[in-house]
Design a protein around this ligand. Structure first.
Ligand code: FES
Length: 512
C-alpha cells in the first residue's frame, strides 16, 4: 500500500480532535471594554487571562472559532531552543539583547507552569530535554558555534554524539529541562478561567479595522464597534496594519505534521534537526500508546511543489526511521517570520501606543505567544518589562533587515507579476473529483475545485489582500497566496489573513 493511501483523507489536528472547546456567540451589538483582543489563540487567551485577573474588562473576538488557528495546529514544544538561532542573533543584536531573548522564552515556560499549577490544569505538561541535531558534515561547525553562543549567554548546553532517539546523526546540542504539553487542554482551561473572571468571548466576528483615537474602536465586518482603552491584535497576521507596513516586514511559511503509530516505544526528548529539510519530532499519548509527531517540510506559503507531497515525505521518513505503520492524523500550520527573526510585540507604531500587535513567532508560538501576553499586559499596567525594547515593532536593525526587506519584497513583486503574466489554459473537463486547476475564463485567471460529489467551486484567483494570484494547496484543499500568506478555503472563504474578504466566486455558467 502506498504512503498516500494510508494517510487520512482530511487534514485534522490531533489537538483539536481530542478535546471539546467551548463555543461562543457572534457579536451582535456595539459594546465597550477596557481591552479589546482580536484573536483567540495562545496570545489572546493568555492576555485575556492576565488582564482580567487584574480586573480589566476584556472582550475577545475571533473571526472563526477560538483555538482553531495556528495554536490548534502547533507542535506545542515549550522551549527556548528555537532551532539554530543564538549565534546568528548575537551577531545582529549583541549578547545582552540575546540574553533577553533566551530569558523571555524561559520566563514564558515558567509562566505556563505557574498558571497550570495555580489553576490545577491537567494538560500533559512535562519536562523534556530538547535536542538540536545534525546528520550533515556542513552543520557540525554551525552546531559548535551555537554551543559557543550558549556559553556566552550562560545557557546550559552540551554537545553530544548520542541521543535517546535512534536516528542517523553526527552531533546534537542539548538544552535541558524544556517542556511540552497538550496546548488545547491548557488553553481550554484558561478560557474557562477567563469566563469566570468576566471575559466576554465572541466567535465568527471578523475585526476589519481600528478607528484610532484615545479610545480606539475595533470595527467588525458587520459594522459593530468595540470601543476600548486598548486594542490587542493577536490575530496571527495583524488584522490592522496602522501604517506599520507589516506585509512588507514578514513572510509566511507552512510546515506539515503527521501523527504516526509505531511499534517502538518513544524514548523521550524533543528533537529538531539543523539542516533542511526540517525534521522535528516529539510524542504524545493516545489511549496509553505513544503517538509520534513528525513535523517539517517547511516552505513559503503558496510556493513550491504540490503540498500533499510534503505529507508523503514526512510519512516516508517516519516509516524508514521509526517503522511507523499508520498515520492517524495529519495537519499543517502556518508561521510568520520577521526580517530579523525576532517577533514584533508591542505598540503597532510609535504614534499608536494603545494598539498592540504580537506576531512573527517563527515556529515558536508557545513561548513567544505567552511572553507576548505578559509584555503587553505589563505595558497596559504601566509596569516595566525587561523585554519591551528587544521585541518592539519599532526597532530597526539596519543589517540584515534592509537586505532581507529588499529580497523579500522583490520576491513578492516577482509573484505579483508572474501571476499576472501567466495564461494557464487547463482543460476543466479532465478534472477528477477532489482535484483543482487554474485556467482563464473570459480572460480572468480562475481557480476551479471539483469536490468529492463532482460539484465545481469556482473562484477568481486574485487575492483580496493586494492582488497577487493564489495557488492551489492540494494537501489541505485551500487556495494559498505566495505574497503574504493569506489562505482561502476551496470555495474562497478566508481562513487566514492578511486578506479579510473572500475570493470572488464565479459562476459555473461562465465556463461554457
Ligand atoms: Fe498579500 Fe495575497 S496575501 S496579496
Amino acid at each position: 500500500m502506498s504512503a498516500q493511501q494510508q494517510m487520512p483523507v482530511v487534514p485534522e489536528s490531533y489537538w483539536l480532535q481530542s478535546i471539546n472547546i467551548p463555543e461562543f456567540p457572534t457579536l451582535e451589538e456595539s459594546c465597550k471594554a477596557d481591552v479589546g483582543i482580536v484573536g483567540g489563540g495562545i496570545t489572546g487567551i493568555t492576555a485575556a487571562y492576565l488582564l482580567s485577573k487584574q480586573n480589566y474588562k476584556v472582550i475577545l473576538l475571533d473571526a472563526g472559532k477560538i483555538l482553531h488557528g495556528t495554536t490548534g495546529h502547533t507542535t506545542a514544544k515549550i522551549t527556548a531552543q528555537h532551532g539554530l538561532i543564538y549565534d546568528e542573533l548575537i551577531q545582529h543584536f549583541g549578547v545582552e539583547k540575546v540574553q533577553h531573548y533566551y530569558q523571555a522564552a524561559i520566563e514564558a515556560k515558567q509562566l505556563i507552569e505557574t498558571i497550570a499549577k495555580q489553576l490545577n490544569i491537567s494538560c500533559e505538561l512535562q519536562e523534556e530535554h530538547a535536542y538540536l541535531y545534525t546528520n550533515s558534515d556542513d552543520y557540525i561547525v554551525k552546531l559548535e558555534d551555537e554551543w559557543k553562543a550558549y556559553d556566552k549567554l550562560g545557557i546550559k548546553g552540551e554537545l553530544v554524539d548520542k541521543m535517546p532517539l535512534d536516528i542517523p546523526m553526527k552531533t546534537a546540542l542539548v538544552m535541558s529541562n524544556q517542556a511540552q504539553f497538550h496546548p488545547l487542554k491548557y488553553l481550554t482551561a484558561l478560557t474557562k478561567a477567563c469566563i469566570d473572571q468576566g471575559v466576554r468571548f465572541y466567535e465568527h466576528t471578523t475585526a476589519m479595522d481600528v478607528e484610532y483615537n484615545n479610545h480606539p474602536a475595533i470595527i467588525t465586518k458587520e459594522g459593530q464597534r468595540v470601543t476600548c482603552r486598548y486594542v490587542i491584535a493577536a490575530s496571527h497576521f495583524p488584522f490592522y496594519d496602522g501604517q506599520g507596513f507589516y506585509p512588507t516586514r514578514m513572510y509566511a511559511d507552512r510546515a506539515y505534521i503527521v501523527a504516526m503509530e509505531t511499534p517502538k516505544k518513544y524514548p523521550g526528548g524533543m528533537y529538531i534537526n539543523a539542516e533542511t529539510p526540517t525534521r522535528s519530532i516529539r510524542s504524545t499519548k493516545i489511549a496509553g500508546k505513544d503517538l509520534w509527531l513528525v513535523v517539517g517540510e517547511n516552505h513559503k506559503t503558496g510556493q513550491g511543489k504540490p503540498t500533499i507531497e510534503h505529507y508523503e515525505a514526512l510519512q516516508r521518513f517516519a516509516q524508514k526511521e521509526f517503522d511507523a505503520s499508520k498515520c492517524l492524523y495529519r495537519w499543517s500550520a502556518q508561521d510568520l517570520t520577521t526580517l530579523d527573526k525576532v517577533p514584533y510585540i508591542g505598540p503597532i507604531t510609535k504614534e499608536q501606543q494603545n494598539v498592540f500587535i504580537a506576531t512573527g513567532y517563527r515556529k515558536w508560538g508557545m513561548t513567544n505567544g505567552t511572553i507576548a501576553a505578559k509584555i503587553i499586559t505589563d505595558h497596559i499596567m504601566e509596569k516595566d518589562n525587561p523585554y519591551t525594547e528587544l521585541f518592539s515593532p519599532a526597532r530597526f536593525q539596519a543589517d540584515p533587515a534592509i537586505r532581507k526587506f529588499t529580497q523579500f519584497n522583490a520576491d513578492v513583486a516577482k509573484h505579483l507579476i508572474k501571476g499576472k503574466l501567466e495564461y494557464p489554459d487547463n482543460d476543466v473537463a479532465q478534472l477528477k473529483n477532489d482535484e483543482a486547476t487554474v485556467t482563464r475564463v473570459q480572460g480572468k485567471r480562475t481557480g476551479i475545485y471539483k469536490d468529492m460529489d463532482s460539484k465545481l467551486h469556482i473562484v477568481d484567483t486574485t487575492c483580496t489582500h493586494l492582488g497577487c494570484e493564489v495557488e492551489w494547496n492540494s494537501g489541505d484543499r485551500t487556495w494559498d497566496c505566495p505574497c503574504h500568506g493569506s489562505r482561502f478555503s476551496y470555495d474562497g472563504a478566508v481562513i487566514e489573513g492578511p486578506a479579510k474578504k473572500p475570493l470572488q466566486k464565479r459562476d459555473a455558467a461562465e465556463l461554457d
